[in-house]
Design a protein around this ligand. Structure first.
Ligand code: PLP
Length: 447
């Protein structure tokens, strides 16, 4: 039997599919089935139009079904559907790497391709450890993450990540020697912030305490999301990232920005590094580089880190870095990447994202004062609302919001009782206003 996306929920045998990051038992009782997508909208199996308020999953800033990406994929399929990246390579992979490097901050000129954000994170951690090792600093083995961080689901990513639910079931598998900085969110100091909070730069000095505790000689890298997306758009306080950079430089610790969400325009600049004026040693990316059409991720690396690993003394026919994936630099993903960057240029999408920031900010903060709202915050084309949880039923209001918003024609992201939105860059002002109206009226209807 072939697939039929129009199958209604009652006719569909849902038993075999184990959904990721989804309460499976609840979903199978209350399925939410999408049949198609075009532009900024999904259409569910009953034919209802649903505004994609979360750009796929932070990955589709161009919206869905842009024919320019489809045509590039069709062309690539006819030219070459697959080519291993081990020992042979397609020229387009080099040109995409160069394009990405040219968009990155100065000095970050090398690109390692992966298939996902999780793989990008684990790759960056391995590059950090490998770099120190070949530099004669094999004792630098610790990686520092941050509370409330999301760095994907690889062993490296969950180890440096700071979401307890992602970690507790797998505690026995964690990487050795990891420690965490405190997160920077503080409701009493920064409620209803617009953009960067002014309080909290001093929290970067906690890194000095970790250095004092472990000794800088044991610390390889600090990895941070410049803006913590998955735990609800936690915006770095003014001066915080600058201070982290200074401390890392002082002690020879590599700074990795995980820009899987923020890369390619989400904060109104190509990378968050540009918006905050802080240059890390590596940047991880994924998601928007292909508009979510085909998986592709990667790490942008400081030139001298690459050179050090290349030149650590092996013979030329020896592999310098024992790492890579069957689908690293997959030609179809590379073709999607080129098409997406072409569209970003021709449609000036980073500036489009920037110009929508005040619209989203104004709309979402207009909900301040409604009952059940604890906080609203925003930066770039991303925003979040914390709802007061129902005592002893955490997450219930979040789920009610997901369902009410879907009924009213909008998809939002829930994390517990936090609602996040990150609309596509192609959104109109009216679509963003409607999205927030739907959220506002859904909150009003909550019990
Ligand atoms: C900051 C960050 N890093 C890593 C990841 C993991 O990416 P993926 O789901 O592609 O593995 C995500 C996913 O949302 C993310 O937000």
């Amino acid at each position: 039997m072939g697939s039929d996306s129009q199958l209604s929920a009652s006719a569909l045998d849902m038993s075999a599919y184990w959904l990721p990051y989804t309460p499976n038992r609840y979903f199978k009782k209350t399925p939410k089935l999408m049949a198609s997508a075009k532009g900024a909208y999904y259409f569910d199996t009953a034919g209802h139009q649903i505004f994609d308020g979360i750009s796929g999953l932070w990955c589709s800033p161009i919206g869905h079904g842009d024919p320019r990406i489809g045509q590039a994929l069709q062309k690539q399929f006819e030219k070459m559907d697959y080519c291993t990246a081990f020992q042979i390579a397609s020229p387009d992979t080099f040109t995409l790497a160069k394009r990405i490097a040219n968009m990155a901050p100065n000095g970050l000129g090398k690109v390692f391709f992966t298939n996902s954000g999780s793989e990008a994170v684990d790759t960056a951690l391995k590059i950090a450890i490998g770099f120190h090792k070949v530099s004669g600093r094999g004792d630098k083995f610790r990686c520092i993450g941050r509370e409330r961080a999301y760095h994907g689901v690889g062993i490296g990513g969950i180890s440096v990540g700071g979401i307890v639910a992602n970690r507790k079931m797998f505690a026995s598998m964690m990487m050795n020697g990891v420690d965490h900085l405190p997160h920077t969110y503080n409701l009493s100091q920064m409620a209803f912030s617009k953009g960067q909070p002014t309080w909290g730069a001093h929290l970067a000095d906690e890194l000095e305490k970790l250095v004092a505790l472990h000794d800088a000689g044991t610390i390889a890298a600090v990895i941070l999301e410049p803006m913590q997306g998955s735990t609800g758009v936690l915006v770095p306080p003014e001066g915080y990232l600058q201070r982290i950079r200074e401390i890392c430089t002082k002690y020879g610790i590599l700074l990795i920005f995980d820009e899987v969400i923020t890369g390619f325009g989400r904060l109104g600049t190509t990378f968050a590094a540009d918006r905050f004026g802080v240059v890390p040693d590596m940047i991880t990316f994924a998601k928007a580089i292909t508009n979510g059409v085909i998986p592709l991720g990667g790490v942008i690396v400081r030139d001298d880190i690459y050179e050090t690993i290349m030149n650590h003394g092996g013979q030329e026919q020896w592999i310098e870095f024992f790492h890579g994936y069957t689908y690293s630099g997959h030609p179809m993903a590379i073709a999607a990447g080129h098409a997406v960057l072409d569209i970003f240029e021709s449609d000036d999408l980073v500036n489009r994202s920037k110009s929508l920031e005040p619209i989203l900010e104004q709309a979402i903060h207009s909900l301040k004062g409604q009952s059940k709202i604890l906080d609203i915050r925003n930066i770039g084309l991303a925003a979040a609302i914390d709802l007061e949880p129902i005592a002893s039923e955490p997450g219930k209001r979040g789920m009610q919001m997901l369902e009410k918003c879907l009924e009213k024609g909008a998809l939002v992201r829930i994390s517990g009782d936090t609602i996040a939105v990150c609309p596509p860059f192609i959104s109109t002002e009216a679509q963003i206003t409607t999205l927030i109206e739907i959220i506002g009226s859904s909150i009003q209807e909550l019990a």
